[in-house]
Ligand binder design. Sequence first.
Ligand SMILES: Nc1ncnc2c1ncn2[C@@H]1O[C@H](COP(=O)(O)OP(=O)(O)OP(=O)(O)O)[C@@H](O)[C@H]1O
Ligand SMILES: [Mg+2]
Length: 275
Amino acid sequence: MNTAQIPAGAAGTATATRPVLEVVGLRKRFGDHTALDGIDLTVEEGEVVAILGPSGSGKSTLVRCLDQLETIDGGAMYLDGELLGFEQGKVLRPLTDAGVRAQRRRMSMVFQQFNLFPHWTVLRNVTEAPVAVHGVAPAEAKAKALDLLEKVGLSDKATAYPRQLSGGQQQRVAIARAVAVEPRVLLFDEPTSALDPELIDEVLQTMQALAASGRTMVVVTHEMEFAREVADRCVFMADGKVVEDQPAEAFFRNPQTDRLRSFLARSMRRNDEQQ
Ligand SMILES: Nc1ncnc2c1ncn2[C@@H]1O[C@H](COP(=O)(O)OP(=O)(O)OP(=O)(O)O)[C@@H](O)[C@H]1O
Ligand SMILES: [Mg+2]
């Protein structure tokens, strides 16, 4: 991308409260296909923002760009006012790999497929990043991991291996692992989509508890009830654009566009059929 054209975020100005995350005019192309077409998004401290939208609308691409798993083609992203992916000097240069890694340590992502290390115990899965990447003392990391495992209802599984756990349990370990590094933002990409229906609620409850404890979260989800009850704001994406961005209650009760109205109607119908 032309680094001379990186837009400044409001975060760069001396506002009273600085957003944790700010995305300005974000663009991402895959070949000829524009996956993100000028995304603007602000996430405040302690806010839970749900990202909804049809398949292919760019939801995963957005969170993957935030976590710097993708390079971007335009626009800018800021974490606590710091430009992500680029050195902010007179001349803008892409960050070194070490610079990107340092920024990525301040966020955690929870994936649909858990991605636990199969040959490590639950405890090691949770303590590894704090010890190996963040330099936390092993005893301290262990105490914290046990505390987190208790919070996600898995104190009795610390010495188990991932294969000995259900999908819902594995995803709760993945959530504990994500929280263990005390990230500024937790990113979730459809954390319940790979789960059997009866295991979804336990994971959503864990996420609800995290939200209630004041964590800043961006959650891509198809779980309408969760979005309505737990998210502060809901963002509806279509064709790589943000079509609506509203407080959760207004989003569901008073959609402003036909596109969101029909998306909600379709999603509710699907939910009814599943019950
Ligand atoms: N690595 C890639 N290479 C090429 N095209 C891609 C790649 N990743 C995503 N895309 C395309 O970008 C668009 C957005 O994809 P994305 O995965 O972000 O959608 P999504 O909203 O997460 O969809 P879903 O609800 O199915 O997960 C799609 O058209 C997709 O095919
Ligand atoms: Mg996706």
